[in-house]
Write a protein that binds this ligand. Structure first.
Ligand SMILES: [Zn+2]
Length: 508
């Protein structure tokens, strides 16, 4: 006998009969009774239909505890997107449950976490959902992007500049230190560690007020284009705005660059000189292999001859197009005497092998699309920003603020408020109004483009479909599914996907 638990989310909305507790209960009971060796342990139900709408999920947590107590061996749940708060959580729960011998079956998605490829299929969904959340996030925060394009600075003060209300102003004392750093480094050819020692010993203060200077801090200053008067924003972005974790932007979202945006602290010529020096120092030293983990196949192609990883090199063809080619790292460094494998693999050929392997999986594309869309849409609704926001209430709020400001002025002129109080209140109202205007702009634009939730849903759907069919490449997806590609001396290759036992053979 297998003890089985059911987990569902129930709607408190009387209209929503399909998601009522009664209907879900009978659904589970019917499914369990069709398996003679299953016995129902309990049905756990939390209120709230969408994933993010339930914060507490008390029944869910009770169920996990019962699973650890060994009360059942299988959890039934309808869909991936309805199991947990978000897909990252889902994956971490299913992995932990698997370790203690508890399977999770997502009924309509035909995924059982104990199946050979159940885990991989979940990972694929997770990656796509995160990918979509990130894109959706950039669609949602476009209001902020518009502000950035107009030159409003989002960010904190830095050495030499104060940032207040989206405007950069030069702070003379810090600016002098910045100039000194550029002069010493670019013109006097002082090294960064020497410079750090010099600044520390002379008693200069960093932006945070510390008297200790590091080479890292100096490099950050030297690389900062703000000192030449330019503004580059979106150096970081939030790929998954469920977790609001920030990442460095390596071209995933467009950078916003404004030349001669504000008063420079050093001349463009001096700034450029410093950049050239840094580049030279980098070439002589290490770091030329940097950013390698941006590529799908970095560290994932192995040489069966010597055990080394393949390394990628870009080759520019005669017609100017670029192609990345991978070859054995030992062979690159030591030549034929180091490793006899001379095989070169083109990036697109490797990608084709990966595509072939993924497409041979019994992946229910429709289930993936349905779940990923549901998850991404939950995330959109959860942010309650821009998209879907109606302009009218925002307009009303703005009008109320305007009236409040009038009343403050009246009170000031009649002597009920001091000048200080009036200014403080005005500043507060102005900040609120600024926020409202940004949201209003996004809401109006959102309506104008018809970029409401429905349209967004369609975009996500077609996007996911394209990614799954490899019509468009997703580095994140490829990295998730690829375990390794091994190249043998007889030129045949073996590709493995993560969490899967089977090997895909290729002849090259
Ligand atoms: Zn080798």
């Amino acid at each position: 006998m297998i003890q089985v638990a059911g987990y569902c989310r129930v709607s408190t909305d009387k209209e929503d009969q399909a998601n009522s507790f009664a209907s879900q209960q009978s659904y589970f009971r019917a499914y369990i009774s069709s398996h003679p060796d299953w016995r129902l342990y309990e049905i756990y139900a939390d209120e709230g239909v969408s994933g993010t709408s339930t914060r507490k999920r008390r029944q869910f947590h009770r169920m996990i505890q019962d699973a650890y107590a060994g009360r059942f061996q299988l959890i039934l749940t309808k869909e991936v997107s309805r199991f947990s708060r978000n897909i990252v959580d889902t994956l971490s729960y299913t992995r932990k449950l698997r370790q203690i011998g508890v399977a999770v079956e997502f009924m309509t998605d035909h995924i059982n976490t104990m199946d050979g490829d159940g885990e991989l299929r979940l990972s694929i969904m997770a990656t796509l959902a995160q990918d979509e959340s990130r894109k959706t996030s950039s669609r949602v925060v476009w209001g902020q992007t518009r502000q950035m394009e107009k030159g409003v600075v989002f960010g904190r003060s830095l050495l030499g500049y104060e940032v207040a209300n989206g405007v950069l102003t030069v702070e003379p004392e810090g600016a002098a230190v910045v100039r000194l750093i550029f002069e010493k480094y670019a013109r006097e050819q002082m090294g960064t560690s020497e410079l750090a020692r010099y600044l520390t010993q002379t008693g200069y203060r960093t932006h945070r007020g510390s008297s200790r200077w590091s080479t890292g801090a100096i490099l950050r200053i030297l690389k900062n284009e703000k000192y030449a008067g330019d503004l580059v924003q979106k150096k970081t972005y939030t790929p998954d705005y469920l977790t609001h974790e920030k990442r460095a932007n390596h071209g995933e979202v467009p950078l916003i660059c404004l030349k001669d945006h504000h008063e420079p602290i050093v001349s463009r010529e001096l700034w450029q000189l410093a950049q050239e020096r840094m580049e030279q120092n980098n070439k002589h030293g290490h770091g030329s292999w940097g950013h390698s983990n941006r590529y799908v196949f970095s560290g994932k192609i192995r040489c069966a001859g010597c055990g080394a990883s393949f390394v990628g090199r870009v080759k520019v063809r005669k017609d100017g197009t670029r192609v990345r080619r991978w070859s054995c790292g030992t062979a690159v460094r030591q030549g034929r005497s180091g490793c006899a494998i001379g095989k070169l693999i083109r990036d697109d050929d490797a990608m084709h092998m990966l595509k072939t392997a993924v497409q041979s999986l019994p992946l229910d594309i429709h289930a993936v699309i349905r779940n990923v869309t549901a998850l991404a849409m939950d995330a959109v609704r959860a942010t309650r920003e821009g998209v879907g926001e109606e302009p009218e209430p925002l307009q009303r709020e703005l009008e109320q603020l305007r009236q409040k400001k009038v009343r403050v002025m009246d009170a000031y002129f009649s002597g009920d408020l001091s000048r200080e109080e009036m200014l403080t209140m005005n500043r507060r109202y102005e900040a609120q109004a600024e926020d409202l205007r940004t949201r209003l702009e996004a809401a109006v634009e959102g309506k104008r483009c018809g970029d409401g939730l429905e349209r967004l849903q369609k975009t996500i759907r077609s996007d996911v479909a394209a990614l799954l069919r490899f019509e468009r490449e997703s580095t994140a997806l490829c990295k998730t599914v690829l375990d390794c590609l091994t190249v043998f001396p007889d030129r045949h290759m073996e590709l493995r996907l993560r969490d899967l036992p089977q090997v895909f053979q290729f002849q090259g």
